[in-house]
Design a protein around this ligand. Structure first.
Ligand SMILES: [Zn+2]
Length: 406
């Protein structure tokens, strides 16, 4: 017979993540929404509201907005209208006159969606943090490939979300099996140190190269036992069609990582192994990338820094009640549109009665808030991750062009 104490102990070792059903039922929300709505339900009231999502901080020059797919999943069938800038839009949190930019607008009965505020914000705060960090990496690396390798540093329940956000931000691939499925891409990986420890470098490299097949990218990890330079030469000699050697040098051995990359590149080139590229990984952050790329790194595995990118503080506030503008202190009331100039990309938050304007640069400004849900139903097909990623990369390019013109 199982004792009461044993049962109690078992409950304490369950996985700590919310289930899909618990999130959809509002159980992952702060309790004050549930209590307030429960109290309100006992009083006759009418609360048709317009709620708006703006960014409180940190006020970086721009973000790559993402996480809307999960908001849609949560609000489908809830009888609300949702307007939003599309995922993969790169935009500043304040408009050209300094007013907060409306990222999203939800219209409906407050009782139908108020209790989901915590989850709605959580979805976009964290995902936008990761997708923005990923786009910042892309901005620095240009066309050089980089991969999201960071899911091991975060709770496994959110690993697909991390990989999706990294991918739509510009990563070329992800390491997670579920993340790969979510974005419709084959997950990528090289080889673990464990393989060299168990089989020795020679056998482990052979197994890795063989597993890649004729068409696959052949990458071997070379820093398990040997000095990077000598191991690189050995691996390049052993496998004539090797694509990459990967340096994951431990921090205690690094000294100057860029100099190690430069030295390995030199020694490989000197022996005619110009075709063997160098991939780097291990504790890489935005601030290291430029130097490593200049030193000769041609592929990057980026882990903790991308997976733990700081979340953005999005806030959701009522801006209209039963047709009249109303909001709390510190916020701008009334439902709004967000105009953006097609020439200089400046934005302007305006009352929703206005949907176009002429920019001070002479360009045309048009509303970029798109209706996503109508009465809880999807208005049109939702963009796939590839389309969102393509939008983000297009936006990044457009932003860089505008910056060059200034
Ligand atoms: Zn303009």
């Amino acid at each position: 017979m199982v004792s009461g104490k044993k049962l109690e102990q078992d409950q304490h070792i369950r996985l700590s993540s919310a289930t899909y059903e618990e999130i959809l039922a509002g159980q992952a929300s702060d309790v004050y929404f549930e209590r307030s709505l429960s109290a309100a339900s006992r009083v006759k009231h009418e609360a048709h509201v317009v709620a708006e999502v703006t960014l409180s901080g940190p006020l970086d020059p721009w973000v790559n907005f993402s996480g809307l797919n999960e908001v849609m999943s949560l609000l489908l069938g809830k009888g609300v209208d949702v307007y939003s800038i599309p995922e993969g839009t790169i935009i500043g949190p304040r408009d050209m006159v300094g007013n907060p930019v409306p990222f999203m607008r939800i219209e409906g009965n407050y009782d139908d969606f108020g209790e989901f505020e915590t989850s709605i914000l959580g979805f976009i705060c964290q995902s936008t943090g990761i997708s923005t960090y990923s786009t910042k990496i892309r901005e620095i690396l240009g066309k050089t490939p980089f991969f999201s390798f960071g899911i091991r540093r975060m709770h496994p329940a959110i690993s697909p979300m991390i990989d999706r956000a990294a991918y739509v931000g510009g990563a070329d691939g992800v390491s997670g099996i579920l993340g790969g499925k979510l974005i419709g891409q084959k997950p990528v990986g090289t080889m673990p140190h464990a393989l060299s420890l168990i089989f020795g470098d020679d056998k482990a490299w052979e197994m890795t190269v063989k597993a890649a097949g004729k068409e696959g990218v052949k990458t071997v990890l070379i820093d398990t036992f040997m000095d990077e330079k000598f191991a690189a030469i050995k691996a390049a000699t052993m496998f004539p069609d090797l694509d990459y050697i990967r340096l994951d040098t431990p921090s205690s051995r690094r000294g100057n990582f860029a100099n190690i990359v430069r030295e390995v590149r030199w020694e490989l080139d000197l022996r005619g192994f110009n075709h063997v590229k160098i991939m780097v990984s291990g504790g890489l952050k935005l601030e290291n990338l430029q130097e490593l790329k200049a030193a000769g790194a041609e592929s990057f595995g980026i882990g903790t820094s991308i997976a733990s990118a700081h979340p953005y503080d999005f806030a959701m506030d009522i801006v209209e009640l039963n047709g009249s503008p109303l909001t709390k202190r510190g916020k701008h009331s009334g439902r709004k549109n967000l105009l953006r100039c097609s020439s200089c990309r400046s934005t302007l938050s305006v009352p929703s009665s206005k949907s176009s304007s002429t920019c001070r640069c002479g360009g045309k400004m048009e509303n970029i808030l798109v209706k996503m849900l109508d009465g809880g139903k999807l208005v049109g097909p939702y963009d796939n991750p590839d389309a969102i990623r393509a939008r983000a990369l297009g936006e990044l390019e457009a932003m860089q062009k505008v910056a060059q013109c200034l």
